[in-house]
Design a protein around this ligand. Structure first.
Ligand code: UT7
Length: 319
């Protein structure tokens, strides 16, 4: 049997941070409100000249180095992003060029905050089908570019960053299962609804969100998809060593962990200092816990995410 395994991780956060206290000076909010409702204290914001592909490049170089490979060894590049560099070409093609790689298949996945799980599943299928051996999967976002910084209901929630993994063909299982879902009928609950027309944005391209609606949808869909991926492997929540959730809101994460019977000491948390970095949030959290030594060989990891579309999914991994 052919399987796939994560053999290297990397991440990158832009140098500039914006704290809740900074936001208190520009919108009608308080540090205490943001922390109590979301768990977020600060977030990173990309520099004027930093694009999604630049953040992705830093994270990718670190992941490829951790995997003990060279950029030329990569034969598949999948970038999950909601904030691509351009309308086209894909950010994956830009990244492939910046890496100096000319041989990899390269394309973007647009599944908003679930993008990394969608991309991981896609790469796993490519590898198990024999079409790729070393896949680079990147979640990268410059959400600060599509935030209305005068809208307190959204600007306090999001941040910029990138996370990457190298997934390699393996004789033993690494990715055990992934379960993905989508429901386009819910697309208006979370969107950046502007359209490109005649070379201009028609309507607004800022993030719009029905916060409470998203919250309720997230709590329900995440616990359901987590149970689904566990059941497919005859496992229970308590068999999980680490939950690596999408980092949108500490209250959503706590609710999912509780439903699975997992203590918060089994959950990797970066939401306080990263905010919601959409497709980048899971690989950023994964890299943090790999590099600080929390994640050890043989352990079971549960990743789960939900986001605009609506899309949601979970992946179960043996490290
Ligand atoms: O990746 C998936 C993407 N998004 C999410 O997962 C987000 C899901 N939703 C949430 O995390 C929460 O719904 C929010 C954090 C967005 C909001 O928290 P909430 O507890 O649902 O608050 P709310 O929307 O019910 O608002 C409560 C009050 C309102 O004032 P009134 O109407 O009660 O007077 C809001 O206007 O809080 C007000 N409010 C704020 N106050 C201070 C909204 N934003 C802020 C703010 N600072 N930044």
């Amino acid at each position: 049997m052919i399987y796939s395994k994560i053999i290297g991780t990397g991440s990158y956060l832009p140098a500039k941070t914006v704290t809740n206290y900074d936001l208190e000076k520009t919108v009608d909010t308080t540090h205490d409100w943001i922390v109590s409702r979301t768990g977020i204290s600060e977030r990173h914001v990309a520099a004027e000249n930093e694009m999604s592909s630049d953040l992705a490049l830093h994270a990718s170089i670190r992941a490829i180095e951790a995997a003990g490979l060279k950029a030329a060894d990569i034969d598949l590049v999948i970038v999950a992003t909601t904030t691509p560099d351009h309308i086209f070409p894909s950010t994956a093609c830009v990244l492939q060029d910046k890496l100096g790689n000319k041989n990899a298949i390269a394309f973007d996945v647009q599944a908003v905050c679930s993008g990394f799980i969608y991309a991981l599943n896609t790469a796993d299928l490519y590898i198990r089908d024999g079409q790729a051996k070393n896949a680079l999967i990147v979640g990268t976002e410059v959400l600060s570019r599509i935030l209305n910084w005068d809208d307190r209901t959204t600007c306090v929630l999001f941040g910029d960053g990138a996370g990457a993994v190298v997934l390699q063909r393996s004789d033993t299982p690494g990715i055990l299962s992934a379960k993905l879902h989508a429901d386009g009928s819910q697309r208006c609950m979370l969107s950046a609804p502007g359209q490109i027309r005649d070379g201009k944005i028609d309507g607004e391209a800022f993030i719009k969100m029905d916060g409470q609606g998203v919250f309720k949808f997230a709590v329900k869909s995440l616990s359901e998809v987590a149970e689904e991926v566990l059941a497919a492997n005859n496992m229970k929540g308590t068999d999980i060593d680490w939950m690596i959730p999408h980092q949108a809101n500490i209250r959503i994460i706590e609710s999912t962990a509780k439903k699975l019977g997992l203590g918060m000491d089994k959950v990797v948390l970066t939401v306080a200092t990263h905010g919601n970095t959409s497709a980048a949030s899971i690989p950023l959290a994964l890299d943090t816990a790999v590099r600080d030594g929390r994640i050890k060989p043989g352990q079971h990891l549960l990743m789960e995410a939900v986001g605009g579309g609506f899309t949601w999914g979970a992946a179960l991994i043996r490290w």
